[in-house]
Design a protein around this ligand. Sequence first.
Ligand code: FMN
Length: 333
Amino acid sequence: MKQRLNARYLGLDLKSPLVPSASPLTATLSGARALEDAGAAAIVMHSLFEEECQKDQQMLHQFLYDREQGHAESEGYLPEPDGFKTAEERYLETLRQMKEHLEVPVIASLNGVTRRGWSDHAWQIAEAGADALELNVYYVAADADESSQDVERRYLDILHAVRSSVPDLPLAVKISSQFTSPVHFVSQLKQVGANAVVLFNRFLQPDIQLETRRLRSLLELSRSEELRERLRWIAIVRAQVAIDIAVTGGVHSAEDVLKAQMCGADITQMASALMQRGPGIIREMEAMLLDWLDENEYDNLLQLKGSVSYRNAADPAGFERANYLETLDSWRP
Ligand SMILES: Cc1cc2nc3c(=O)[nH]c(=O)nc-3n(C[C@H](O)[C@H](O)[C@H](O)COP(=O)(O)O)c2cc1C
């Protein structure tokens, strides 16, 4: 079975394209082990967040400053020195545990938006034995003075800094779809050293509470429909940029995996489906994929890869504007 579903991503040989993406399920060794036991081909760890690291730094600075000034309250800021671990130390500890106890590859994840700090974190992560690193720049461009080029430059600078500090570590960049020309941007990421892109981050959309006029943050899990936007861009990127592609966002079924594979994805990452239905869905999806291969007389999943990419699709114009009018006209009252 392994050979029939196998996949290759970031230089790693995987037994299938079914990979849990960063989520609370991959934050602990026990969570990751449950996923591995259920058939996960690799684990993308929950992220180490820039905000957590900054908080540790601020706390440490305050502590050192107050101690220097002789303020007694400084002793209250930090737990006993022996017991104190920063977010990064805890993260590295979990990573080392996963590397020690899991057989599948472990992809660490860094999540932030500023240009500082990434190089050192990435270096520590490589030293702790990660098989690869995913950079999630979850950046909401909300400044009228910041151009789209500035936004792209931010990503490229971060990637450049990380690439310089870990020249040999396979790197993936997880981006949102909100770029004017996603395929051009992916090609720039490749030039700066990305080995893979993860398409696409889901931005969480705040709602408004009418009574209080306050923002309400909702955690809504994804639906299969969200995959379609990814399929289009995977197909377009696959045909033009020689880079590994992971899909994230809306993968809920074996059919979704097949579609992503046909458009050209190397792996399919899942979070919502696993959180809703549990790790057991991985085995179910494996079985369904094998059934589909049998019914359609394919030896293995790799034979399908890219068969519906922008280059290979029978009707590639469907990925562009072409079917727009036709589809609008198809509506009947
Ligand atoms: C509760 C929760 C926590 C998440 N934590 C992270 C994270 O730490 N780092 C990250 O890059 N993505 C994180 N994500 C995003 C997922 O990895 C994934 O990209 C997104 O949920 C879309 O995939 P899905 O449709 O399979 O859920 C999280 C998602 C959820 C729902």
